[in-house]
Write a protein that binds this ligand. Structure first.
Ligand code: PEP
Length: 254
């Protein structure tokens, strides 16, 4: 891993927990990160939208960032139930996940929509965590790398930089299933992503590439040691402070 890419361990809490649960979880992660005193890695938690303000407030001034799980492409307007990137930024978010496979599947988000959301994140001063990844059918058909190329071309805006974007490779079949690709498969996918990014942006070498899909404390060291893996996007295991901190501890810096 290039020393310029500081590992990022990001938690996606999805639609889980009460407000009190979220604030308590954030406080526990903040306390653990302060005790560890890490300066060589970054931590991020992405609570449900209703919890972002309180979680960001609980994390204020500390080592852990708060982020959103999604945003609308527009800054305001008649979009019932949606949230603008500017609204997330105003309550203390620093990042926002866009294009998670659950959004692509449950809400029919296309690559073009994801791309517009990434641009919206930048407009609001947020860092976009852009998710890509193949389905099981695509994997079984031997189309993983082709799908990743298509999603990168479609979802990653040409103006992406190492400062405004992070990519997360999340094989859809590995999310929440306890299954993970082999280390060799993760290495091949990440090398491919880096190469595909280089074809469309100048700063590809500096962009952090996260792996996501059933990361837990017991497999984190192995996955985070893979070349071109610059951190993890963690779902289920991010709901437990000790587990999430153990994953962060496993991150390789420099
Ligand atoms: C995710 O949803 O981004 C994810 C990686 O989930 P899990 O870690 O639970 O597989």
């Amino acid at each position: 891993m290039a020393s310029t890419r500081r590992p990022l361990i990001a938690g996606n809490w999805k639609m889980n927990g009460t407000l009190a649960d979220g604030v308590a979880l954030a406080r526990a992660i903040d306390a653990g990160a302060r005790t560890a005193g890490w300066t060589d890695r970054e931590l991020l938690v992405c609570p449900p939208a209703t919890h972002v303000a309180a979680v960001a407030e609980a994390l204020k001034g500390g080592p852990v960032h708060a982020g959103g799980q999604d945003c609308h492409a527009k800054a305001s307007g008649a979009h019932t139930g949606d949230i603008a990137a500017e609204m997330l930024a105003a309550v203390g978010a620093r990042f926002v996940i866009v294009g998670h496979s659950e959004r692509r599947t449950d809400h029919g988000e296309t690559d073009a929509v994801v791309r517009a959301k990434a641009e919206a994140a930048w407009r609001a001063g947020l860092i976009a965590v852009i998710c890509i990844g193949e389905t099981l059918a695509e994997r079984d058909a031997g189309r993983t790398l082709e799908v990743l190329s298509r999603q990168i071309t479609g979802s990653v805006p040409g103006a992406a930089t190492a400062a405004n974007s992070v990519l997360a490779y999340e094989p859809v079949w590995a999310i929440g299933t306890g299954k993970t690709p082999t280390v060799a498969e993760v290495a091949a996918a990440h090398a491919h992503i880096r190469k595909a990014l280089a074809a469309q942006m100048a700063e590809a070498a500096g962009v952090r590439l996260l792996y996501g899909g059933s990361v837990k404390a017991s497999n984190a060291a192995e996955l985070l040691a893979v070349a071109d893996v610059d951190g993890a996007l963690v779902g289920g295991a991010s709901l437990n402070a000790a587990e999430f901190l153990a994953i962060a501890k496993a991150a390789q810096s420099g």
